[in-house]
Write a protein that binds this ligand. Sequence first.
Ligand code: SF4
Ligand code: MSK
Length: 631
Amino acid sequence: MNWLESVTTIEQMEADTAKLKAIAGAIRAETWEDRNRNQTPHCKFGEEGLCCKNCSMGPCRITPKASRGICGADAHAIAGRNYLRTVAAGTAAHSDHAREILHVLLQSSREGNYPVRDEQKLINLAREWEIETEGRDIYDIAHEVAETGLAEFGKTHGTQRFLKRANPERQRVWHDQGIEPRAIDREIAASMHMTNMGNTADAEALLRQGLRTSLSNGWGGSMLGTEITDILFGTPMVRTTEGNLGVLEHDMVNIVVHGHDPAFSEMVVTAAEVTELVDYAKTKGAKGINIVGLCCTANEVAMRHGVRMAGNFLQQENAVLTGAVEMMCVDVQCIFPALAPLSECFHTKFVTSSPIARIPGSIYVEFKPKTAFEQAKDLVRMAIDNYENRDRAKIFIPATKQSAVVGYPCEQIIKHLDNITNSQVDETGSYRPVIDAIKAGVLRGAVAIVGCNNPRVRPDYSHFEIMKELLQNDILIVATGCAAQVATKAGLLTKEAKLLCGAGLRRVCQLADIPPILHMGACVDISRMMLLATGIARDWGVDTTQIPVVGCAPEWMSEKAVSIANYVISTGIDVYLGIEPQVKGSSQMMELITQGTRKITGAGYVINKDPHQLVEAIREGIEAKRAALGI
Ligand code: SF4
Ligand code: MSK
């Protein structure tokens, strides 16, 4: 069979899903499709951002006969406040995740559960932060780095340390526009304060605080999360793995790790490799222990261990519906509370592990760094004991899976792109090879495709269509999060996918020995993309807003995505959205997010639900940037 025929189409993925939903129907188990039907049509006021319940005089909503809430807040104030609260919530989620990882680093030790795996990265970060490294034990350095990182959340003076990583032009924009983020917690608190009853009613001021708060995520919390995760668990390297529900095994104990914070999943993965536990699984009639990932936890463990990925956000219930999951272990974010009642329809043990994500009906095992490994071993043992409780009559594992090449942080991208041209690179690496390819027109540009999937559109379809069309048009893709997993499920994270590409991109992939879609990790790793764009702009000698690189979130759903989109725009990079932000009821907010931010940061949103029209807009945007650069 020729490779192109082996790509898994959306129709094939939907056929698998339909079979699983039929099983759900037969046992009267509720799924998100049922709940989505019950919620449709959605509340128009919420959809347009025109409902306010920020005080108990309300809730107030803007209607043709009521143009203001009881306090006098108009549509622009209400939509602007709601939007800023969304950014603040997304920033809080990403940044609190980083804070947790910093606490793990603070407890790291040579003999303990969490040793430092990338000492060089730790030393580099310590030097960047002017922390003494000479003659010190690596764990003394680690603990001081952790304390310094934790101080970024509540520092009383100054701005985020990582802002200095940006190009001078960008730093100047942030300074001149007054959007340099201070302490991460302060920006979140200021956003909540500004949107509290009786405070800011000016849409532009709310939007500006949104940019500032988002920067405390992208160039603060998320960047800390990525950096410290690499230090603790190793900077990802290129690996081959597999993706889609076919990675679940009929004759093994299947454990799914799901969420975002790798501190938990790393321990479960390590515990599942313990010989004593593998042998124990065999005594129970299983051939072994099969750990697979879902959502961003999947990305984290795939790129550090090659753990296979069961799927993305809207596939979480499907994993349970296979009837072959002994345990679903979750940490934080993007976890359906519905997994608890659904698991009860099967033998699946649904385990929550974080005080941040407590879910009724789950088995709660609060995960602590000091006891993490023992806790993980206990959980794996519990899953093994549960293997015999499988109801074989209820099992249906779709055979569909694809192989995938994952693990392209900036370090790996630099290493591989060096093969494109004979450019001389300095010791720290350079993006000149890729710049040369863009200048020559062999590559037209690059798009970062990120974000979730969402029942508001046909799940995964927009991602798939956009990816294929961009590749055909010689546009390189970098991907994270659930978007990256659509590429995984389809088979587009393979080197063979160059066959889908235009001649230029195909040649680049051949020379650099890379897939045309580079997997850069989880949602927090969009901070890697900011450094990638910054590096390209630096080596080009221009600002980030000038390079033919854009972001695209065709099916986003999370508050985190709104925060991300804002920091990408603040970094000077346009963001193409397939789902409208909930501000449509305010003409001022719509103007501000699509045009107004361009005057502040040089970038803004382009919104179009149609994936093909979105690709056209992306191409026009990239070509306009090329023309402005004279290439
Ligand atoms: Fe209504 Fe104003 Fe209170 Fe919002 S803050 S609920 S618009 S009175
Ligand atoms: S997991 S935030 S559904 S990408 Fe990061 Fe996926 Fe979106 Fe969650």
